[in-house]
Design a protein around this ligand. Structure first.
Ligand code: NAP
Length: 281
């Protein structure tokens, strides 16, 4: 049996095992490949990965908070990993650990059919790990990338690195003018539900993102990387306003599909993976 896992902390909520195991079953590979979730606290990450290699695992997906550490412990890195400084896919080979970042390609693959990122005016909200991957992917695909973040200095640093433009957040109570943008990517953690905490007041997430509902209209494409058991406020408002929404689950499917290709070397059954991930709430 070739074993795979998603490694994170916490990780019990991950939908990746359901998605990959459904793909293996659909391709008749369930007797050869399996995928599980493994919780590793940050101080145990390097030793834990070494232990998985010794136990014969073929590779892992890496999620919060280990993506940077995964980049650092790899013996070989894809161009995306080298540029982004974070990895979400590790492959264990005889030559060592190879690191890939399929969050970047996954975002591009999730864009609507017919949407050409070349020359597309794109606003990326956030300057953390997933914003780095999104901005790098979009810039590499020829988009014009603008970055805005709560901590403006982080947006400025990321924009300078990528040859993108940084803009300040509009003042509290005001919103971005999205009229000149083709694509909006929420790569902040705004919209992420906190287990046990009451949901935010209606309008609070849009306010935090400096977005106004009447700007989330056709033909804008909105990618919200955040997902949970319920649609985020940004996702729900984008749909009701008429913008084209790509939600975080679709991006998760696409990054998973790219990881699957790397490990298994076969074309993954995307529709099976999509159904498995949407059913595993
Ligand atoms: P991260 O590195 O911790 O970055 C978080 C970002 O959110 C920072 O830019 C931070 O701004 C901003 N932020 C946090 N709270 C905010 C608030 N109240 N108002 C405005 N901005 C706020 O996180 P990450 O790894 O990039 O992940 C971000 C989100 O993307 C998470 O929800 C994650 O689950 C999701 N994600 C989804 C996928 C997928 O496949 N769908 C893949 C990767 C990540 P400051 O710099 O000011 O702190």
């Amino acid at each position: 049996m070739r074993r795979l896992a998603v490694v994170g902390h916490p990780v019990a909520h991950s939908r990746s095992p359901a998605m990959h195991n459904a793909a293996f079953a659909a391709l008749g590979l369930a007797g050869e490949w399996s995928y599980e979730a493994i919780d590793l606290a940050p101080e145990r990450f390097a030793a834990g990965i070494a232990g998985l290699r010794e136990r014969g695992f073929a590779g892992v997906n890496v999620t919060v908070p280990h993506k940077r550490a995964a980049c650092e412990l790899a013996d070989a890195r894809s161009d995306a990993v080298a540029a982004i400084g974070a990895a979400n896919t590790l492959s264990f080979t005889a030559a060592g650990i190879r690191a890939d970042n399929t969050d970047a390609g996954g975002l591009l693959a999730a864009l609507p059919a017919g949407f050409d990122p070349r020359g597309a005016a794109s606003l990326v909200l956030g300057a953390g790990g997933s914003a780095r991957a999104a901005a790098w992917a979009l810039a590499g695909a020829g988009a014009e990338v603008t970055i805005a973040n709560r901590t403006a200095s982080r947006a400025a640093a990321l924009a300078a690195e990528l040859g993108a433009t940084a803009v300040p957040l509009p003042a509290p109570g005001a919103g971005f003018d999205l009229g000149g943008f083709d694509l909006l990517v929420n790569a902040t953690s705004v919209g992420l539900a906190t287990p046990g905490a009451p949901p935010p007041a209606p309008g609070a997430d849009l306010k935090a993102l400096r977005l106004e509902a009447d700007q989330l209209v056709s033909p804008l494409v909105v990618v919200d990387l955040v997902y949970g058991s319920e649609p985020t406020e940004l996702a729900a408002t984008s749909i009701s306003g008429g913008a084209t929404l790509i939600d975080g689950l679709e991006v998760l499917v696409r990054q998973g599909a790219d990881s699957f290709r790397i490990w298994v070397g076969r074309e993954p059954p995307i529709e099976v993976m999509r159904s498995a991930i949407r059913d595993s709430r």
